[in-house]
Ligand binder design. Structure first.
Ligand code: PHE
Length: 389
């Protein structure tokens, strides 16, 4: 009835929708004709929309392909020759061989060469930065150190938890060292026991046995300490900038971010009248050359530095502040017993080599980078390292 009304075949009396009025003499039903056309497979364009709306027809889509044999049609694939072999030459069938086209765009075989480990790449880049900043390298060839140079000379008390075998690897053989400078050792003992140089000391009974214990160095600050002691013996005093990058060892539970063996980068400046401002300045200079120019400093504690600061950098990729190093000014209790002149300060900082390497290369598991489970593909495929902006 709706369609009939739309076609104006019928109408309704005003005010009375019940009464249907005939409007035409003869109604021509096009709908029927259209449906008939469709049924006969003829194409009917007009009015289809209307038919669809009234759910009298539905739309279906069919795709036909027409296939023909091409010029190279075969039922068995022909294998094209890529090489003339000895057999081809012997049988003489090389004359009839059909060769595969040469592909000039193909990649060559990867060449089996050595690859520089990512840690070495970053180490070299950092080394170059430190050299540019006027630092010279300290000799780091002693993995085995005595507790004396690793802890005592750094004013680290003998009961300190880091000196526990849970944190440090001690040596069984040779378990102890016999080579310690006696005069200096005596001064270190005094400053631990009763202080001096304006310090109260720790007030405990310092034991030489404890200082003689051999260990795998837990930080390269042991190297810095030896160098500062050596420097203190040279008269007159000359200011120095030293750095080192080498292996350290800790008795750690191994996980995604910790290994028992890793690398430390350490820098120090030794001169008259240095301040915390100098340390902040040098850290900003150093880290900005590594491409980290947004830094924050947080007060921290080390037995051998006062004040001490942890260094944080804003990581643009991770969108957060990450800890990148530790720093401070060596305490007078450490420097004065060595014989460095009054008024000489040492500003120093340390960080691991693994941390910035993992950040730079986006590696989230330290075991892929270093150690027995190292991922060779990661090393083969890692791009050349360029630090800075
Ligand atoms: N030795 C510190 C460490 O193990 C690093 C450090 C070096 C801190 C020098 C202060 C000064 O992380």
């Amino acid at each position: 009835m709706k369609a009939a009304a739309k076609n104006r075949w019928i109408g309704f009396e005003k005010g009375n929708k019940e009464l249907v009025l005939r409007k035409v003499e003869d109604a021509k039903d096009e709908l029927q004709a259209q449906l008939k056309m469709l049924e006969n497979g003829e194409v009917c364009v007009e009015g289809v929309h209307d038919l669809k709306r009234r759910k009298l027809v539905t739309k279906e889509k069919s795709i036909w392909y027409s296939l023909q044999k091409g010029p190279e049609f075969v039922t068995k694939r022909k294998i094209l020759a890529t090489d003339v072999t000895r057999e081809h030459l012997k049988s003489g069938d090389w004359k009839d061989l059909e060769f595969k086209d040469y592909n000039y765009g193909a990649h060559g075989q990867p060449i089996a060469i050595g690859y520089v480990h990512s840690l070495l790449e970053v180490r070299e880049a950092i080394q170059n930065i430190l050299l540019e900043m006027g630092f010279s390298e300290m000799p780091t060839n002693m993995f085995v150190e005595s507790s004396f140079w690793n802890f005592d000379a750094l004013f680290q008390p003998q009961q300190h938890p880091a000196r526990d075998s849970h944190d440090t690897f001690f040596l069984r053989a040779p378990a102890t060292t016999t080579q310690l400078p006696d005069d200096y050792l005596e001064k270190v003992k005094q400053v631990h026991q009763s202080g001096g140089y304006g310090s109260k000391g720790y007030g405990y009974d310092w034991k030489r046995d404890e200082a003689e214990k051999n260990l795998l160095r837990t930080h390269t600050t042991a190297v810095s300490t030896r160098m500062l002691y050596k420097l203190a013996q040279e008269k007159p005093f000359a200011p120095k900038r030293y750095y080192s990058i080498d292996r350290v060892f800790r008795n750690e539970a191994v996980d995604r971010t910790h290994l028992a063996e890793f690398h430390h980068i350490e820098g120090l400046i030794c001169d008259y009248g240095l301040t915390l401002g100098d340390l902040i300045g040098v850290l900003e200079d150093f880290f900005s050359r590594l491409g980290m120019s947004k830094l924050r400093f947080k007060p921290a504690y080390n037995p051998y530095t006062e004040p001490s600061m942890e260094v944080f950098s804003y990581h643009e990729g991770l969108k957060k502040w990450v800890e990148i190093g530790n720093s401070g000014m060596f305490r007078p209790e450490m420097l004065l017993p060595m014989g460095l002149p009054e008024g000489v300060n040492v500003i120093a900082w340390g960080l691991s080599l693994e941390r910035p390497t993992m950040i730079l290369y986006g590696i989230d598991n330290i075991r892929d980078l270093f150690g027995p489970k190292v991922d060779f593909n990661l090393i083969k495929n890692s791009p050349i390292c360029r630090l800075g902006l």
